[in-house]
Design a protein around this ligand. Sequence first.
Ligand code: SAM
Ligand code: SF4
Length: 336
Amino acid sequence: MTARTPFPPQLVDRFGRVVSYVRMSVTDRCDFRCVYCMAEDMEFLPRARILTLEELALAGRAFTELGVRKLRLTGGEPLVRNNVIKLFRDLGQLPGLDELTVTTNGSQLVKLAGALRAAGVRRVNISLDSLDAERFRRLTRTGDLAQVQRGIDAALAAGFDKVKINSVILRNRNDDEIVPLVRYAAARGMDIAFIEEMPLGVIGDHDRAEAYISSDDIRAEIERVYDLIPTTETTGGPARYFRLAERGTRVGFISPHSHNFCDDCNRVRLTAEGRLLLCLGQEHSVDLKQVMRTWPGDIDRLKQAIVDAMAIKPKGHDFNLHEQPLIFRHMSHTGG
Ligand code: SAM
Ligand code: SF4
């Protein structure tokens, strides 16, 4: 048998970018149907097509053995997957992992915040686009604001190092809530990040170009009330951060359209179906589910497939709000 070349200590793509952060979508399902994320009548994948919890745990191990330091579980809504806490526990014990995080809509946090903290999660991102119950219902189509706010309180009580709010702002839908959302976060010691809407999947609800508000406009709106101090801080993701002078709350902007972040990209995504997606805005991918199902439990084959995939990580996305989406995959499949 020929000796195999040792695996590299880090994943590096052909542009020299080190990939140290993986977002894993643990399910495409969700209890909400946010207007910018899903169509009203979504069809979800049959169970057999999505990775099992064991496959997800194996993938997490393979990534960390290849130098990945941060794993974020997302979806769909990660916390609606049965027994997902077991996956958090398995991943939380991986040597070499600096950070295990989750992005959630908050609907299950009353029940699960304590278990997540106990499993080793130290930071949580919770999506919240409105503080008005009726409007929240319209934006999420099914969500209950009070339940999410109780979830946020449960997360704050569970002792995470950081709880961050994520907000997507749409013109004429919730753009009058920018300052109230900042105030809500600041009053509770939370950070907040504003995300520009990305053209992923056909949503049928609104014209994305008409709804677009740039991060600079959002920032200007906040600066009518608060002083924002620029910082060079990063949480290892694409957000640019400022701090509120009065309170120290961090305010981030994720701006795929107005401030392209591809040059410093350190991320890849694993879709719920087990495709390793090399860029959120392109289709370059490698089917890791096939590798795992052809050679069950063979972590070396899996690691080799991941290392080889770095050769096709594209230079950047080319999102264009004025054209029909080129990417038909919804954010919920992708893992936002
Ligand atoms: N269900 C969880 C949640 O809502 O936090 C996790 C998955 S969700 C896809 C992750 C993040 O992506 C959320 O903060 C959501 O607001 C954001 N998102 C969804 N669709 C988006 C889109 N088309 N453009 C920008 N952000 C989007
Ligand atoms: Fe569900 Fe999150 Fe998408 Fe909303 S943004 S529909 S909560 S996956």
